[in-house]
Design a protein around this ligand. Structure first.
Ligand code: PMP
Length: 404
């Protein structure tokens, strides 16, 4: 039983009004709202536990460390990783991908080596590779997609050659909503002994992820897109690969011994976690994962799928609508334009009705180039959205379409 009213009551912000309209928050792809349970856990930690983690002899430091490491265990369980050593806390998906590109690049790539990404990547899975390209002279290969917004796996297979070192693709497109066949993408790469990294920023919040079942070599996601706080994210990596990679940043926490002659590094995962971690945010993230787990990721996915299908049916009725992303496997994101109306105008007019959507290129300019457009309006759904909110979006769009 999916008790949407009860769920909505957990999110205080959802009862806000915007321009005298009840808030309809459909910008969940950018960030999700936070349940009371997450906010309170973080406030409580600042009120009664706060102390820097690791190596503290005093009571509070030990308690803060226990909370922080328990959060790592919660993340491990949530994504089905084998060991806590494989869970690196970062600031978010962007930092996870930069860490990956830098450290994997240092360890395993040289001039002329290649990474395979896809047309629908977020800039955070493009630009870090371009930085590596500048530094080391690697090459970037791109999996093309069809007009429905699905990756072309036959073309993907043709991109492998003796220079290929890694495949790095999005689990779910933040623009098209396409759920990429990552299991198949990984299987194809592994047949050729090539590891695969998954940008799960839009995957983990919407479906059950099991990194071992997927056999993903790396998996990245952000706390704030899964009802947790900003400033924290995760990079999962297989221990064998992480062990072979050099540190990302130097400083406290990541070392074993330091002298001016020779420094040795800490064990996993601390080798990749220089400096004081955001241990209050990791508590918040763990609370968020507990929260979604209690509802059930499969239940959440069912709810969001139903909502997306309903919204797709309704939105097709809008005159002159153009929808980007009609993949068979599509989740929780709808990008569109209406006639010749600028996406920004639609976003601003919807805002006046209390409806929050995102407009622009969504940090996916190469995808916009493939689609031949400047930008779109994007409505993206979360576990607390309702059909009534979809109806409000449609009524708003109908009004705007008629106005123009
Ligand atoms: N990848 C994808 C697919 C995303 O949607 C986003 C966020 N829009 C990111 C990466 C970057 O996430 P963050 O800004 O939390 O680092």
């Amino acid at each position: 039983m999916y008790d949407i009213q009860k769920i909505r009551e957990d999110f205080p912000i959802l009862s806000r009004e915007v321009y005298h309209h009840p808030l309809v928050y459909l910008d969940n792809g950018a960030t999700t709202q936070k349940p009371r349970q997450v906010i309170e856990a973080m406030v409580n930690e600042y009120y009664s536990v706060n102390a820097n983690v690791h190596r503290g002899v005093h009571f509070l430091s030990q308690q803060a460390t226990e909370l922080h490491e328990a959060s790592r265990e919660t993340v491990r369980r949530f994504i089905g990783a084998r060991s806590n050593s494989e869970i690196i806390f970062t600031r978010g998906t962007t930092e996870s991908m930069n860490l990956l590109a830098f450290c994997f690049g240092e360890a395993f790539m040289k001039e002329g080596d290649e990474v395979i990404v896809s047309t629908m990547e977020h800039h955070s899975n493009i630009v870090p590779w371009q930085l590596l390209q500048k530094r080391k002279g690697i090459r970037i290969q791109v999996i093309p997609m069809n007009d429905k917004g699905e990756l072309q796996l036959e073309e993907y297979k043709k991109l492998f050659n003796e220079h290929t070192k890694l495949v790095s693709v999005a689990h779910v497109s933040n623009v098209l909503g396409t759920v990429n066949p990552v299991r198949e993408i990984i299987r194809i790469a592994h047949e050729r002994d090539i590891p695969v990294a998954i940008d799960g920023a839009q995957g983990a919040p919407h479906m059950k992820v099991d990194v071992q079942a997927l056999d993903a070599d790396f998996y990245a996601f952000s706390g704030h897109k899964i009802y947790g706080p900003t400033g924290v994210g995760v990079l999962y990596g297989k221990e064998k690969l992480l062990d072979a990679m050099p540190p990302y940043q130097g400083g406290g926490e990541m070392i074993q011994r330091v002298s001016f002659e020779k420094t040795t590094f800490n064990t996993l995962p601390f080798k990749f976690e220089a400096g004081t971690p955001d241990y209050v945010a990791t508590t918040g993230l763990a609370k968020a994962l507990d929260y979604v787990s209690a509802i059930g990721m499969n239940q959440i996915q069912l709810h969001e799928q139903e909502l997306t299908q309903y919204a797709m049916q309704q939105i097709r009725q809008i005159p002159d609508i153009h929808i980007y992303g009609e993949a068979e496997q599509k989740d929780a994101v709808i990008s569109f334009n209406v006639g010749k109306i600028h996406h920004l105008d639609i976003g601003m007019l919807l805002d006046r009705l209390g409806i929050a959507v995102r407009t622009g290129h969504h940090c996916a300019e190469p995808l916009m180039q493939r689609l031949g457009i400047e930008g779109t309006v994007r409505a993206s759904f979360a576990l607390y959205n309702t059909k009534t909110e979809v109806d409000q979006l449609i009524a708003g769009l109908d009004r705007i379409a008629k106005m123009f």
